[in-house]
Design a protein around this ligand. Sequence first.
Ligand SMILES: Cc1ncc(COP(=O)(O)O)c(C=O)c1O
Length: 434
Amino acid sequence: MGGGAQVNGAQDRGSPAVSPAARGAATEGLNTWCAISVGALEHNVAQLRGRLPGGCRLAAVVKSNAYGHGMVDCARHFLRAGADWLVVNGLYEAQRLRRHGIEAPVYVCGPVAPGQAGLAASTGARVALYDADTARALDRAARQTGTTIRVHVKLETGMHRQGLELRPALDLARLVEALPGLRLEGLTSHMADMDEIGPGSAAQAQTERFAAGLSAFRQAGHVVEVAHLASSGGALRLAGIPGTLVRTGIAAYGLWPSAAVARGVGGAAKLRPALSWHCRVAQVKEVPAGAAVGYGGTYVAPAATRLAILPVGYGEGYPRSLSGCGEVVIEGRRWPVRGRVCMNMTIVEVAGDHAPAAGAVATLIGGPPGGERVGADEVAQRAGTINYEVTTRIHPDVPRLMAWPDGRLTWAEANSPDHAAGAPPPLELGDSAT
Ligand SMILES: Cc1ncc(COP(=O)(O)O)c(C=O)c1O
């Protein structure tokens, strides 16, 4: 899947509507931060909900720190907006949700090692299952703790990642039914490609295999309460994918799984990107013609110019592949990245009149509603990757601030404790009246 640069530009309403005054007050002590729009998270869930047939449950995928958006806060807002379940990759993520008091059903879609069985029991998470050793370990842990662990057998339908072919999947289901600590709750698989749908497509082949697997499970006497195959692409395209639950990640954050899916949906759903990423210019300096800029001197200034040093680099998750080709927005104008992106700094050229000064806010992803912006899709295209990777790789230590529809910015609940310690107290950082 690959995001197209224009995808969001055509449809989003820009970054969270936070007034410059509010942002200034709230972020004064920060070098860099992400603002996560509460309104956008909730809007996107409503859009997805509107696409689902009645009775189909919506599971919001919050793995990998909610695709970089901050897991705990996003989970809360998704649930408040009507998501029924949460999906994580690992049990440690389920544990984190529980520690923050989130009690909604959690499904672990990634691998669970037999040694983690106790964590499955204590979190009450549902787990994807595709091997007998894990099943036995889960059963032991469940019986030791007097609980029942709900498992979802993962069926191979064409992606050739996790999962079992139908025959061994049925064998595993039979084993599960014989283990008193386990309950066979679900059958699941994952779509590899929703860019093409319809006759002859890989999506259709996977859909048919899943439907056949579901009926084979039922014929064998297994009650499959929860069947799930679709992720964002499937949920958005309504390709007749069978299931009683969808697992939606990228679309819940307001980004499209690919340009082809966006085209296929054809405006029937509107998504709003939830994340914008900013930093404060650390230094502005004049350099003479011939100055070699950054590691390796890969950019040599052809004339005297002015550079702004940004306090963000690949260590914070700004892709190194943006060296010499990235663009950031400062005070409503785009400025080019010069030389190589460093671990914790990036150099941009700010030549000419009205150049920004040290302390100005630079936007790495996002931009104000209706103003100049650089979306995650554009960053991905320039960096040679996909929007998923761009947001997911923003380091968890970059503070996440929640941007509320009334203009307030608040400190996200689960920010790194180090940042929380240095942050202005208490949770509330500023409001539009300041
Ligand atoms: C098993 C599984 N389900 C659902 C998703 C969510 O996919 P998307 O973000 O495209 O909605 C993912 C994403 O990686 C996944 O691995």
